[in-house]
Design a protein around this ligand. Structure first.
Ligand SMILES: [Zn+2]
Length: 300
């Protein structure tokens, strides 16, 4: 059994493919920061809390991605009164997870191969929608910090000297594994690095990767920026001739020698590449235009 790793008297996390945060409230109650990809993940989290005498009574979801909210439903169904908190613009996608494979399918009704736990979580109610800022959960005063970019309205959760950083940055192994770090808006993602870096805490717990101490943060953020710079260069190289999104995706995957293992993985990767293409248009490095081939991006 995996044990909670305590960072202070009232902050801990459960390390794993998804690091899940735990914040201790009074009366042996606890708040989970994200719940993992499925009921098994949140069951393991629940047991790890119970092993130290804590009962989960609330969940703060950082963003709607299935690997962060997939365990909500199990906890809501099995712990009477458990309250789910989510950022206002992320909440609709947590309550209606069909929207994730739908947007990854260009708005179309998704193929069956897209309706799995990797991109479509089990639906969860959101009892409390919040705007970033101070937030009281149970009797704990938290700070939720907007770090959009990876997702529409993702937040980091800060308490004491700890920042639960969601997917605001990734650990080295995750960067290597995915080649192109997933973004919804790359410019916002880069701006959010500065926000993460500015927080007066001593530990950052990313959703994926090792916990980061203050002395290690600069290097970790630099690795994330380097991965983004490299990804931008790959996309720009692909645009030596005008290309459609699928053609750019194919080109980048060939250079990285990273074909997708599943349709869902392909769709997520392609969505991330679309974010790079639109970033290039926004800063004047490329244009998007209709051609005989359909919508193509062209380097300026
Ligand atoms: Zn995510």
């Amino acid at each position: 059994m995996t044990n909670l790793v305590f960072l202070s008297e009232r902050t801990a996390y459960l390390p794993g493919t998804n690091n899940l945060g735990v914040i201790v409230a009074s009366n042996k109650q606890a708040i989970a920061v994200d719940t993992g990809i499925d009921k098994e993940a949140s069951r393991i989290l629940r047991r790890a809390c119970e092993a130290v005498g804590l009962t989960l009574a609330a969940v703060v979801s950082t963003h709607h991605h299935a690997d962060h909210v997939g365990g909500n439903d199990y906890l809501v169904r099995n712990i009477p009164g458990l309250q789910v908190y989510a950022p206002r613009r992320e909440a609709p996608l947590i309550e209606d997870p069909y929207l994730e494979p739908m947007y990854l399918s260009g708005g179309a009704s998704p193929l069956l191969a897209m309706r799995n736990k990797f991109v479509m979580a089990t639906p969860s109610p959101v009892h409390q929608r919040f705007d970033a800022g101070e937030l009281t959960v149970l009797d704990v005063q938290l700070l939720t910090v907007p770090i959009p970019g990876h997702s529409l309205a993702q937040v980091a959760v800060v308490v004491d000297d700890v920042c639960f950083a969601a997917d605001g940055f990734f650990g080295d192994r995750v960067l290597t594994k995915y080649g192109v770090p997933y973004a919804h808006d790359v410019a916002a993602q880069c701006a959010s690095f500065a926000v993460v870096r500015s927080l007066a805490v001593t530990h950052w717990i990313p959703g994926h990767g090792e916990a980061v101490k203050r002395t290690e943060l600069e290097q970790t953020i630099a690795a994330n920026l380097a991965a983004i710079t490299h990804s931008r260069a790959l996309v720009l190289t692909a645009l030596q001739t005008p290309k459609t999104l699928p053609a750019v995706v194919a080109s980048v995957q060939q250079v990285l020698a990273m074909p997708s293992a599943s349709l869902a993985q392909y769709a997520v990767f392609a969505s991330g590449i679309a974010a790079y293409l639109n970033w290039l248009v926004a800063d004047g490095a490329a244009v998007a235009e209709l051609s005989a081939d359909g919508l193509v991006w062209r380097r300026v």
